[in-house]
Each structure stands twice: as C-alpha cells, then as structure tokens.
Design a protein around this ligand. Sequence first.
Ligand code: NAP
Length: 476
Amino acid sequence: MHKNLIGGQWVDGRAERINLNPSDTNDQIGVYAQASAEDTLVAIDAAEAAQPIWASLSLQQRADALEFIGTEILSRQTELGTLLAREEGKILPEAVGEVVRAGQIFKFFAGEILRPQGEHLDSVRSGIEVDIVRQPVGVIGIIAPWNFPIAIPAWKIAPALAYGNAVVFKPADLVPGSAWALAEIISRAGLPDGTFNLLMGRGSVVGQSMVESPKVKAISFTGSADTGRRILTTAAPRLAKLQMEMGGSNPLVILNDADLDLAVDVAVQGAYFSTGQRCTASSRFIIEKGIYSRFTAAVQEKLQSLVVGHALDPQSTIGPVADKAQFELNLRDIKATRAEGARLAFGGEALTRETPGYFMSPALFVDAEPGMRIAQEEFFGPIACAIPAVDYEHALQLANDSSYGLSAGICTNSLKYATDFKRKVQSGMVMVNTPTAGVDYHVPFGGTKGSSYGSREQGRYAAEFYTTVKTAYTRY
Ligand code: NAP
C-alpha cells in the first residue's frame, strides 16, 4: 500500500484505491491510500507549523532541496515515464518527456530561489527609503488533474516551495502513482517535516476540505471549468487567493497561403497527440475555403498512418483514453455530434487490441457549424472538427467565438495575418505555425475568458501567485 505523506510521516488511508492501466486493465499498478477529511486537516495544521521553519532556511538550503528533487527526477526519467505511461496512457516517449519537464521545472525554480525579486527605492519624501520585497503566502493547496500526472504537480509544487510556502497536494484520484513517486522524492530532499504533504483521495472529500479551510491561504487548481467554479464559490467568500487553469476549445486557423504539410503536422500533433487529452489541444480547425478540401483530405491521410495501441508499445503513436468514464463520454460526444449534423469523416470508433483497454481511433468531423456543441464545448479526447471560413477576418471571428481562451494557433506564410492574429485572438497563448499544445516551462502559461482565473503559472510570473508583496518605509 502506498501511503499519504502527512507531517513528515507516511500514513495509512481510511480507504484504498487500486490504480489500473488504461492500456491493459488486467495490469494493476498498485494500491494507494485514500485520505479522509480529518487527515486533510491534520496535514494542513502540519503545513501551517512547518511553513515559517522552511521559509527561514537559507536560500542555499532551499535551492539545494529543489535541485536534489529535479536531479533525481531527471535521473529516473525512464522508470518514472514508464509508470506515468502505465497509469495515464500517454505513449512512453510523451510520458518520458513529461517527466523530463517536471525535473527541469524543479531545477528552474531552484535557480529562481537564488534570484530573489525585490526593489530598493528612494521615497518621494526626503530622508525616507523604501524596500519592496516578496514574501511567502503561507499554506498553499494544490489540486491537480489527471492528464499531466507529474508535470502539472511539478509546475505548482516547485514555485510554491521555492518562494517559501508549505504545500498540501491533492493529485487526481485517477493517477496517484506518479504523484506518490514525486512525493517520495520530495520526502528525501531535506524539507522540514510538514512542509510538503501528499493527500491522495477524492476531490469531494480531500479537495473540498482544502478549499474550505481558512488555514489554506491560496489554492492553485487545474481541472475542469465546473470544478473550478465550485472551488471559486467556496473559497472566494473567505478571501483565499485563487489561481485556476480550466478547459479550452482551442482554434487552429489555416489560411490559403499556409504550407500544407506543415499545417497538417501542426494540426494532427496539436489535436490528437497525447490522445487529445490536453487542455491546449486544438479542437477546432478553422480553414479558409481555398485550402479546405486539400487540408481536410491531407489530415485524414495522416490520421490513417497513426497507430493506436498500448502506451508502452514502441509502434504506438496514440495511447488509450485514460479511463472508462472518459472513453464512454468521448463515444457519446461523437454520437451526439453526428446527430447534430456534422459529418464524421474519419475515426471516432472504439478499437479492440490484444489487451483490454480504452482504445479509440482519432476522430475528425468536417463541415461543422460554429454553433454546434463540438465547436463550443471542450471534448477532452482525440476529437476535432473542421469549420470552413470565407476569409481571414471570418476565421478570426470564428476563432474568438468561444467562452474559452486558452491557446490559439494560425498556419500562414503571411506576416500581416500572423501579426494581426497574435494581436486580436482572445487567448492567453498564441502559436504561429506551431501546435496549440506544447509549451515551454520558463514562460507564463494560462488563458483568458473561461479558461483561467487569477495570475499566470510557470516561469518568473509564478511569483505573482506564490508570493505577497510587502512595501517597507524606513526613515534615516
Ligand atoms: P476535474 O474533474 O475538474 O478534477 C480536477 C481536480 O479537482 C481533481 O484532483 C479532482 O479530484 C478535484 N476535485 C473534484 N471535485 C472537487 C471539489 N469539490 N473540491 C476540490 N477539488 C475537487 O478535472 P479532470 O477531469 O481531472 O481534468 C480534466 C480537465 O482539466 C479538463 O477540463 C482540462 O481541460 C483541464 N485541464 C486544464 C489545464 C489548464 O492548464 N488549463 C491543464 C490540464 C487540464 P478527483 O480526481 O478525486 O475527482
């Protein structure tokens, strides 16, 4: 049994969960403890007690701890990547890439600890000087989704610790394995007991208790828009600091002058890799009419060449859907979209493989209408639709016709349209001739409209959320 980490001790759960491999449901990955609401409160108390001790360690001690974590993650990338591929279902190269990213994030924030941000200024009054410093917020509650089981926890935990906060971390119930492995590494990094706590368990129990506790000063959440709204309703009245990254319905515009081969690569990678289970996945291909037929035909040809299979099979280019509930939801979404009148040009079918798993072929709908559910809501799977556009202006208008605004892309050789799109598209991230999914870890990540709430994650911008600013005046 893999236990929770509370106040520096490995603690049994009040229940347990068996973690299964979506590529082969006969493959049991392990048994993981489930924390209760009481366990959560004990962990929050431990974090509150530990935070000032951790914050008072020297910068070098804190930097060394994060450096240790990053180095160990990188040195075990194949092992941890294999675990991640087994529990979440992304193919091994993608899973190893995610682990590497997690290691790099810890190293980046180890470096940030040694570059503290602050300012020393003269006052507007004579004889007075001003210092502006960033201080820790306190106890941070971290709630993660299942689709990036190690990278998303890393990009929240690393900055939280770097800036001197203590952490209570709840991974998604579906993927406790990678979270537990990460916690085990952190537990050996020399942090004072209670600085970092792992609470595996249900969102409605562990997550809810974290969100309700007045001792949790800030909550960093990534997940669905519905859960985000629920968290906002509970935490905002008690004035908790909130950062929420939620869903997307990301447009990729393809103009007549685009390099067709590049555009097809950008579209297929962005929409279907990682089984389309990325908040930044392209789900709406918005295509200028002069290239519409050629582009949709070429995408279908490319999809023919993809191999859906076991995440650890080197032949596979797309792994399974992460679990039964998501798999069944995807198939229901496909059926409903057909009923709405979009034409399913490719895939969208359940597949049988040697092992029992949640395999489906990538789906492409053509001639979709902007008002259809597929063009408005987030379908969290390997499903995309093609929408024709009359010209660039129409394509831009269609791209912005969404309640979400996470990532957007354009494929064009026109500097004029690329520049205009970067300026006018309503999204937190915008890509020119590169997929909507796949971002760097040293620059800010986040969206606009219904996709994000609060300040940005990652890079130096993470300091905005994980610190509070103090302005000190001194008469001399
Ligand atoms: P989810 O169902 O909203 O769950 C996210 C996390 O919230 C899980 O740990 C969940 O616990 C927890 N939770 C559930 N109910 C809660 C409550 N009442 N209080 C506190 N926590 C609660 O999302 P998901 O299905 O795991 O992830 C997929 C979604 O995440 C998609 O919409 C995707 O777009 C989004 N996502 C967004 C980004 C981004 O940066 N914008 C990145 C990745 C994913 P349980 O696991 O126990 O339910």
